[in-house]
Design a protein around this ligand. Structure first.
Ligand SMILES: C[S@@+](CC[C@H](N)C(=O)[O-])C[C@H]1O[C@@H](n2cnc3c(N)ncnc32)[C@H](O)[C@@H]1O
Length: 376
């Protein structure tokens, strides 16, 4: 008997987390372009769209995109935007089911001429190559690449994604497969993962290692994010990319709303806490005080070191994104440090109390430095 696929079995918890993160991101991406972008056109591609929903009616990525667009129907018309949605699956039956499911949306939105939706039935490689000239134009574009496994976002596809100037992307990858088969010739023809050093790392860190590999392929001002997803004993994950810091800001905001402690996973990122039995390794044996630092506690220390030199709000904004910390979390820490007089804030004559102006387009400049007189 043929094995049931994820649509027939019903989405599991790890798929639901992936979809929740996608929903949160796309819900914040769409209004940005509708309300504040000078561009008339917006393109959305879901290259591995599936059939639209699982057997229990749980919405998959294509229906999530439509849900989000429906919320902004009036604004899309008022602002005279044109949204082009391409949904694709190489499985003919799935593409047909998707077409049936999207018909109502197509008819309603086709009628007002602002959203156009197409369902395609092609292999990713073909469709991506055929559409690349369009994707590469300076039109705001979002790509979802929800592949099975690891093989579709090859090094060359990744470079093409990064070369597209106004494209944000989110792709899924089985990081555990890369860890297990990193020296496999077939995989290495597509992505040169044999160079990743997994030996010293724990399995739960494998998505971070894969993300670091993709980071080596970019240069200049480009923003990458990650989110690790554990399914039973295996680790998968999402990789996000954007040319614009606001893209990563929104991705991090979505990630931190799901993982409120670390903003990066649906599992513990330091499982030593759980698995190393004795808690003595986490406590100073003499004082009995915990020596374990949470991610945010370590980040607070890094921030203080960073402020050994005065830093502008724009620099702090980028530092926060590059550290994988959402902007509200950084602001919380800055407020705490200011209250404890561990930092000094200069230059903001008309600065509002507690404001740090961390945004990609702030017109205020302030500087933050470590308070060297406070030795605590
Ligand atoms: C993980 S599922 C997608 C789930 C979907 N994004 C959702 O949220 O409901 C992957 C889908 O990609 C399709 N697929 C696999 N390889 C493909 C390829 N090379 N090109 C296009 N579609 C492919 C499969 O038929 C399957 O429906």
């Amino acid at each position: 008997m043929a094995k049931k696929d994820l649509f027939e079995k019903g989405f599991d918890e790890s798929t639901k987390i992936k979809l929740l993160l996608f929903r949160k991101y796309i819900e914040s991406w769409i209004p940005t372009f509708i309300h504040s972008s000078p561009f008339e056109k917006i393109l959305i591609y879901d290259f591995f769209a599936g059939e639209g929903q699982d057997v229990y009616g749980e919405k998959g990525s294509p229906l999530i995109i439509m849900d989000c667009l429906k919320q902004y129907c009036e604004d899309i018309r008022n602002k005279n935007k044109k949204i082009f949605i391409t949904l694709n699956d190489y499985d003919k039956k799935k593409a047909e089911k998707l077409l049936a499911l999207t018909q109502a949306f197509k008819e309603k939105c086709g009628a007002c001429n602002h959203c156009s939706l197409e369902v395609k039935n092609d292999a990713f490689q073909n469709l991506f190559s055929a559409e690349y000239q369009v994707i590469k134009q300076a039109t705001p574009t979002f790509l979802l690449i929800d592949q099975y496994g690891v093989s579709q976002v090859t090094e060359s596809v990744f470079r093409q994604l990064v070369d597209a100037p106004r494209t944000d992307f989110l792709f899924f990858i089985s990081s555990a497969t890369i860890r297990r088969f990193k020296d496999n010739e077939g995989i290495n023809k597509k992505i040169k993962v044999s160079q990743i050093q997994f030996e010293e790392s724990k399995p739960y860190e494998c998505h971070e290692k894969v993300y670091n590999y993709y980071k080596t392929l970019i240069n200049g001002d480009y923003y990458l994010g990650r989110f690790s997803i554990k399914k039973v004993t295996n680790y998968y994950g999402l990789i996000f990319g954007s040319h614009h810091p606001l893209g990563l800001e929104k991705f991090l905001s979505a990630s931190w709303s799901i993982d409120v402690n670390n903003g990066e996973a649906n599992h513990e990122i330091d499982e030593t806490k759980q698995y190393e039995g004795s808690f003595m390794n986490l406590f100073d044996e003499v004082s009995g005080i915990s020596t374990f630092k949470t991610k945010l506690e370590s980040y607070e220390e890094h921030l203080l070191d960073y402020f050994s030199v005065p830093r502008t709000n724009q620099e702090i904004y980028k530092f926060s994104l590059e550290s994988g910390i959402s902007i509200p979390k950084t602001v919380d820490i800055l407020r705490k440090l200011e209250k404890e007089r561990r930092i000094c804030v200069e230059g903001g004559d008309k600065r509002k109390s507690g404001a740090f102006y961390l945004s990609h387009n702030s017109d205020k400049i302030i500087k933050v430095a470590k308070n060297e007189n406070n030795k605590n």
